[in-house]
Ligand binder design. Structure first.
Ligand code: ADP
Ligand code: MG
Length: 671
């Protein structure tokens, strides 16, 4: 080592704050490794003010980036407070930048969308400083730099000198024990340059180490030590005898010294604060490109609208069908003679009888049972004559089928035993025979030639399928119909209501076994309302899944749109990423910011989609008949929201990772 290059340390006994030994930096240029910095030895002590001077292209900025841990040496050793930086991870380097270094750039590098105060606050956000501390400190620093009146001004509303003062305040935000200023006056007129240099001198006087890069000897003359660099090598390193005396009134406030004031570091609160700041930044970014954001969301919106609407329509039709089904009686198994509906031989089968019914009724899994035997008769009352359907049923029939009585009572076991001529009529028969105010109870009607007394009227019930039947129905005890009307001993069907605690499928199996044993052959078939219900549910589910999968394709297409626009956004905002990294953002912070932006786009799209779906649902409802309801389920809405957030996460991941992996120096240079 050339002894003439050893630095005149103020306190040689101390370890240097920053120590470069044999540092070189190579770049690939046109397929060749070019050595830009060669064998740099430099020791910088706390409290120095040092100017690095040299012609353009001599490697000053490259050296500055190495000192500021924005870049790493290709060879040699660089120690910060005795700690070797070579093996440090990207996040450890970010931490050094955050805690020790404050950058001041030639072109200020302020974020255009943020006010002066917000720009100054950025380093503290990444340090996890609480809101109010950050806010006050930023305001205080700006005041001290003479910008107290301009806290909420945007960079475009400030002069160059004012912007440079904002960037100095930003460098001081986390303490800034080492201020690195790369051509800080390069874009300023001579008067403003003087001002900025005086601020840097004052900061040095207050205890900050100041390292200054310049090609201008007049600017360098403000420093106490001048390092000359030419063609990547240090050619001189000398104290500056002509350095101006320290300003007499140098402010030596406590808050001016490098400190960790308010830097609470990690913790749940800090993490939440960073998340909130990132969300705020993301909203900023979205608002800056409203049209673009909306178009990006369109795919997501369409997908969400279809998922939510399809589910609401599907749920509506399912409920409609199930309501119809339950009008057939819930949890019932019906037994018919023959091999199935439409079996022409079924009328010849005469084995289904009252004994079967009693046997089934004795089973533990049975709630109630009713047989049915039907016949057509001429119904007469007074001089009125109508054709009616006679239905001979058991006393439990109305319970089995879920009928309600609007008037009177139904017959009981005693009526069945005594072949009573008690009739329950349906509401249509009542309307056909009686006026509204007339009381039908106790009236006698003629069924063919047999007189019967009306004891009850059923409430109207929704018909199962198809148009409501115009049949008039009259129910009598099955024993009465068999004994007094038809004379037949064969039942047309038996309907069993299964106990709520029993498994319908098992009950159906056992009834089948029981009857097959009684008949000696299986000359009957069963119809299970539960299995029909399951079938309906499955069919609507399959339909919904099918249409939803189409909607999901639209969501994926939307997601690709989001990814595309996020990639554009990362490219556009590369300088911003560079600035954030320079002030100490970790890779995870950058990643988080872009991920949140992607999720926010998708989430907003999802919410818009849900709103649109609800609106469209209202419109469709207007065109549908009254008894069909579109049913929006909260599950579908929750699903839609989580779906769109997930899409944001999935499709935002790659662009966000690209952003996080940018090299800070290259990102900063990119503008
Ligand atoms: P100064 O700040 O002294 O003007 P720089 O340190 O910016 O000089 O650049 C020194 C030399 O290194 C220049 O010739 C420049 O082209 C080259 N250089 C700087 N950065 C890179 C890079 N990332 N890749 C290739 N060459 C680079
Ligand atoms: Mg430069």
């Amino acid at each position: 080592m050339n002894p003439s290059l050893s630095s005149p340390a103020p306190d040689a006994a101390d370890t240097p704050l920053l120590a470069l030994a044999g540092v070189g930096r190579d770049f690939d240029s046109g397929g060749q490794r070019v050595a830009i910095l060669k064998d740099i030895h430099l020791k910088i002590y706390a409290g120095e003010m040092l100017a690095i001077i040299g012609p353009s292209g001599s490697g000053k900025s490259t050296l500055m980036n190495l000192i500021g841990c924005l870049d790493q040496p290709s060879h040699g050793s660089y120690r910060v407070q005795g700690r070797e930086t070579r093996e440090m991870s990207a996040d450890e380097l970010a931490r050094l930048r955050r805690e020790h270094f404050g950058f001041v750039f030639q072109r200020y590098q302020l974020l255009a969308g943020l006010s002066a105060r917000e720009n100054v606050e950025i380093p503290a956000i990444y340090a996890g400083t609480p809101d109010h501390v950050r806010f006050d400190r930023a305001a205080h620093l700006l005041q001290r730099l003479g910008l107290g009146e301009r806290l909420e001004h945007f960079p475009s509303q400030l002069s160059g000198g004012q912007q440079q003062r904002v960037s100095i305040a930003r460098a001081l935000m986390n303490g800034g024990s080492v201020i690195l200023a790369d051509e800080p006056t390069g874009a300023l007129d001579s008067h403003t340059s003087e001002e900025v240099m005086r601020i840097l001198q004052e900061l040095n006087a207050a205890g900050h180490t100041v390292i200054l890069v310049t090609h201008d000897a007049k600017v360098a003359a403000h420093a106490q030590r001048i390092v000359e660099i030419a063609d990547g090598r240090i050619t001189a390193d000398r104290p500056n005898e002509h350095a101006p005396a320290l300003p007499a009134a140098a402010p030596r406030e406590a808050s001016n010294t490098p400190d960790k004031q308010g830097n609470t570091g990690a913790g749940l609160g800090a993490a939440f604060m960073q998340l909130r700041e990132a969300a705020r930044m993301a909203l900023h970014a979205l608002a800056a490109h409203r049209m673009r954001s909306l178009l990006t969301m369109l795919g997501i919106i369409i997908g969400i609208v279809s998922v939510v609407l399809v589910n609401a329509l599907g749920e509506g039709s399912k409920q409609k069908i199930l309501a119809n089904l339950s009008s057939m009686g819930t949890n019932t198994i019906s037994i018919f003679p023959g091999k199935g509906f439409g079996d022409r031989n079924s009328s010849a089968i005469t084995t289904l009888n009252v004994g079967d019914m009693r046997a089934i009724a004795a089973q533990p899994y049975v709630d109630s049972v009713s047989p049915q035997i039907q016949s057509s008769v001429v119904l007469r009352m007074g001089n009125m004559e109508r054709t009616a359907q006679i239905s001979g049923v058991g006393e439990q029939y109305f319970r089995v089928q879920g009928y309600e009585l609007a008037e009177g009572i139904s017959f009981d076991a005693e009526s069945v035993r005594t072949l009573a001529l008690d009739a329950v009529i349906d509401s249509k028969t009542r309307d056909a025979l009686f006026a509204k105010h007339e009381n039908p109870l106790g009236k006698i009607i003629l069924l063919g030639s047999v007189p019967a007394r009306i004891i009850g009227v059923t409430a109207p019930k929704e018909s199962s399928f198809g148009p409501p039947s115009q049949n008039l129905t009259i129910w009598l005890p099955y024993s009465t119909v068999m004994g007094r009307l038809t004379g037949s001993q064969t039942l047309q069907n038996i309907t069993v209501r299964i106990a709520d605690t029993a498994a319908p499928a098992l009950a159906e199996e056992q009834i089948t076994a029981l009857l097959a044993q009684r008949h000696g052959t299986q000359d009957f078939f069963t119809f299970n309302s539960v299995s029909v219900r399951n079938m309906v549910e499955q069919t609507t589910l399959v339909m919904r899944l099918f249409i939803s999968s189409i909607a999901i394709i639209s969501l994926i297409v939307g997601g690709i749109g989001v990814m595309n626009i996020m990639l554009v956004s990362v490219t556009e905002r590369t300088p911003e990423i560079g600035i954030r990294m320079a002030v100490g953002a970790r890779q995870a912070d950058i990643m988080q910011q872009f991920l949140i932006e992607a999720v926010l786009v998708c989430l907003l799209g999802g919410l818009l989609g849900i709103a649109l779906a609800l609106l469209l649902g209202q419109v469709i409802q207007q065109f549908l008949s009254g008894d069909f309801q579109i049913v929006f389920s909260s599950a579908a809405i929750v699903l839609a929201v989580s779906c769109s957030s997930l899409i944001g996460l999935a499709f935002g991941f790659w662009p966000a990772r690209n952003a996080a992996r940018l090299n800070p120096v290259e990102a900063l240079a990119n503008q």
